[in-house]
Write a protein that binds this ligand. Structure first.
Ligand code: RFL
Ligand code: PHB
Length: 390
């Protein structure tokens, strides 16, 4: 089999790239290790930047998010019972949109089906050959047999654990990493949200987040020590712990008697791989970088990478210039590092770090107090939260 762009990974990055390339008349094939149902069952991101919504709309998959996505004009931070609203709209003129990653992925799968896109499922990429030349080959296994897909370019959209990044030779690839000594235990429930806006709550027992998917489905997270698993917890214990960490008023009115739809633990990590291109291989999304979820940036970064990569490949195939592909890595990394900085700052400010001494704890509180007093500080947070320009 032969195509122009082979896309490894059928998560949001891979599917969105496939859709944008199709609209530019560029042939592509997506190879995904899991089944479609499995990909759609992963509960992940919930907050989209308005730039992300614009890219989805350009890709022709913006109808449902426009109808069902909830624009949010602000978010809250809390410190025990002290509450601080960040007026996103007032400070920046923009909002964010609450719309689940599952729904984004579903919209992309529906669009792929409608155009008869080639998306191979339960096909695991083993290696990519010849990335330093112009005829790379993706070798994958499906139904127990090995297959080869020839392409002009390969896009590694295969997430943090995928093989694409490892194809960049050790001498060329540099990785930057910070693992945090905690994870987030998430719970999705069929209950109305605790409050109209998201609440990022700091408490000495650990961080907690109140989020939502709709008026009837809520998403909550609590910080847990590394190594803790969802099976170590019951829903009742989760609710009790959440209530201890969020402002008393919110805890008092929290509705907990509804079906629990999912509970899972995600470790927190910051990670960047440089460069994001080597020869005929490009990396996009979690394959190239991970941010801790505290800034709600992961999916949004995957979308901005794909936006740049699509522009670069369009210039190559339709306008016969290599300026885009040559500049891709530097352009994407410049935005990535700023989102890394923001996610790291938010994580550091809001979580309980076991190694912290009283000095660091006072620094965290001073940061919160500074945000409370200074509109300039709040504007800086808001500008990053709504998403830096594409
Ligand atoms: P994905 O979604 O991991 O998809 C990669 C796909 O590649 C496939 N794959 C392979 N396919 C073929 N052959 C192989 N050998 C393969 N190896 C892997 C995988 O099966 C998979 O389908 O990466 P992508 O597309 O780059 O998308 C990135 C986002 O999923 C991620 O950044 C976000 O979910 C992060 N994130 C959040 N981002 C936000 O922007 N806002 C948020 O509010 C937000 N909240 C979150 C989050 C992530 C979380 N977890 C669970 C890590 C909350 C959580 C709890
Ligand atoms: C979510 O709703 O899953 C969510 C929201 C905001 C974050 C992280 C996750 O920062």
């Amino acid at each position: 089999m032969k195509t122009q762009v082979a896309i490894v990974g059928g998560g949001p990055a891979g599917l969105l790239l496939s859709q944008l390339l199709h609209l530019s008349g560029i042939d592509n094939v997506v190879i995904e290790r899991r089944s479609r149902d499995y990909v759609l069952s992963r509960i992940r991101a919930g907050v989209l930047e308005s730039g992300t919504v614009r890219v989805l709309t350009e890709a022709g998959v913006g109808d449902r998010v426009a109808r069902e996505g909830q624009p949010h004009e602000g978010v809250e931070l809390s410190w025990h019972d002290e509450r601080l609203r960040i007026d996103l709209e007032g400070l920046t003129g923009e909002t964010v949109v609450v719309y689940g990653q599952t729904e984004v992925t579903r919209d992309l799968y529906d669009a792929a089906e409608a155009r008869d896109a080639i998306v191979l499922h339960e096909a695991a990429v083993k290696r990519i050959e010849g990335i330093e030349g112009e005829e790379p080959v993706v070798v994958y296994e499906k139904d127990g047999a090995e297959h080869r897909l020839e392409a002009r370019f390969v896009a590694g959209c295969d997430g943090y654990h995928g093989p694409a990044r490892q194809m960049i030779p050790d001498g060329t690839r540099r990785e930057f990493e910070r693992a945090y000594p905690f994870g987030w235990l998430g719970l999705l429930s069929r209950t109305p949200p605790a409050a109209p806006e998201l609440i990022y709550a700091t408490h000495e027992r650990g961080f907690a987040l109140c989020s939502m998917r709709s008026d009837t489905v809520s998403r909550y997270y609590i910080q847990v020590p590394i190594g803790e698993e969802a099976t170590d917890w019951t829903a009742d214990r989760f609710w009790e712990e959440l209530k201890r960490r969020i402002p008393v008023d919110v805890a008092r009115s929290l509705i907990t008697d509804g079906e629990v739809l999912e509970m899972s633990v995600a470790p927190l990590r910051s990670f960047v791989c440089e460069p994001m291109r080597h020869g005929s291989l490009f990396l996009a999304g979690d394959a190239a970088h991970i941010v801790p979820p505290t800034g709600a940036k992961g999916l949004n970064l995957a979308v901005s990478d794909v936006h740049y990569l699509h522009q670069a490949l369009d210039l190559h195939f339709n306008h016969h210039t290599s300026a885009g592909i040559d500049g891709y890595s530097a352009k994407a990394l410049s935005r990535v590092w700023k989102a890394e900085r923001f996610s790291w700052t938010m994580t550091t400010m809001l979580h309980d770090f076991p190694q912290y001494e009283p000095f660091e704890k006072r620094m965290q509180k001073a940061e919160f107090d500074y945000l409370t007093r200074s509109e300039t500080a709040r504007r800086g947070l808001a500008e990053n939260y709504i998403g830096l320009p594409l």
